[in-house]
Write a protein that binds this ligand. Structure first.
Ligand code: AMP
Length: 280
């Protein structure tokens, strides 16, 4: 069975031995309840590194006070099986107190990329994300760390943080893995009732229509956003948090589509907030 490590000193000791042997190390940071999307990151990490660590940690400081920290799904046993089958070497599954002791008081924050998109409705989210990732990078000193484009803003933020703070690793972005009908895989999909699960299709469907409009030559970002909005508003269970088109990977608002862009959305389906995006 794959080794589950709960303590930071124990993990550091293992990594010290690996480094002595000259092994390359890949890190896949996750919040657990793993699915095919996570597995695609682990597969890539396994194919590119001698050793792979999957961190499985529901990071409390990236949740806002009214968000779903308490109910976030967890299943370490199932996660262990997926990691083992994918060929990972260690699951790092610390308790929150192991990562944040009573004296904890240092945070990593960013002034630019974290302000728009998800940062608007989740103002402390990326501070929590940057802080936990800085800690994980320091604990595991990986050669490469793997992130999904599913969380496109997170991918841009972590890439920028690594550059700003001179972390000695490469960030690898991986494509979005979807269900057969188009819904982006997410641990939070488990919150959806059958009816909501059907309604949730409106995210990927509307993005697809927006993408087609751009590919047919539409350059006006507002027109594309308006089309996507109108499609989402046809779904009674859906409530838009945001739909935006920004430059990629600099995440600046744009009016004219004349460069690489990220079209990103967050939409509530019932009480569940789902995100999806396309990069063009
Ligand atoms: P999470 O456990 O939701 O924090 O996600 C951990 C990592 O898996 C992040 O880098 C996500 O972007 C990535 N991920 C989650 N869902 C998907 C998906 N459907 N396709 C690709 N990557 C994903």
């Amino acid at each position: 069975m794959i080794k589950v490590v709960k303590k930071i000193p124990e993990l550091k000791e293992i990594i010290k031995e690996w480094k002595k042997e000259g092994y390359s190390i890949g890190l896949v940071p996750t919040m657990g309840y793993l699915h095919e999307g996570h597995k695609s990151l682990i597969d890539k990490a396994v194919s590119e590194n001698d050793k792979v660590i999957v961190s499985d940690f529901v990071n409390p400081i990236q949740f806002g006070p009214t968000e779903d920290l308490a109910t976030y799904p967890r299943d370490l046993e199932k996660d262990s099986i997926l990691c083992e089958n994918a060929g990972a070497d260690i699951i790092f599954n610390p308790e929150p107190e192991e990562m944040y002791n009573d004296n904890f008081s240092s945070f990593v924050d960013m002034n630019t990329l974290t302000k728009g998109l998800c940062g608007k409705t989740r103002p402390t989210h990326f501070r929590g994300v940057c802080t936990v990732l800085a800690k994980l990078f320091n604990i595991t000193s990986p050669d490469k760390a793997y992130f999904g484009q599913k969380d496109a803003q997170q991918l841009a933020v972590v890439t920028h943080m690594v550059e700003d703070l001179n972390f000695n690793l490469e960030i690898v972005g991986c494509p979005i893995i979807r269900e057969e009908d188009g819904l982006a895989k997410s641990s939070r999909n488990t919150y959806l009732s059958d009816e909501e699960r059907k309604a949730a299709l409106i995210l990927s469907k509307s993005l697809k229509e927006g993408k087609a409009l751009i590919e047919n030559g539409e350059k006006d970002a507002k027109k594309v956003i308006d089309l996507i909005k109108s499609l989402i508003n046809t779904e009674p269970l859906a409530k838009i948090d945001y739909i935006e088109i920004v430059s990629w990977p600099t995440l600046e608002p744009i009016e004219t589509i004349d460069q690489k862009i990220l079209c990103a959305m967050a939409v509530y389906i019932g009480k569940t907030r789902l995100i999806d995006n396309v990069i063009l």
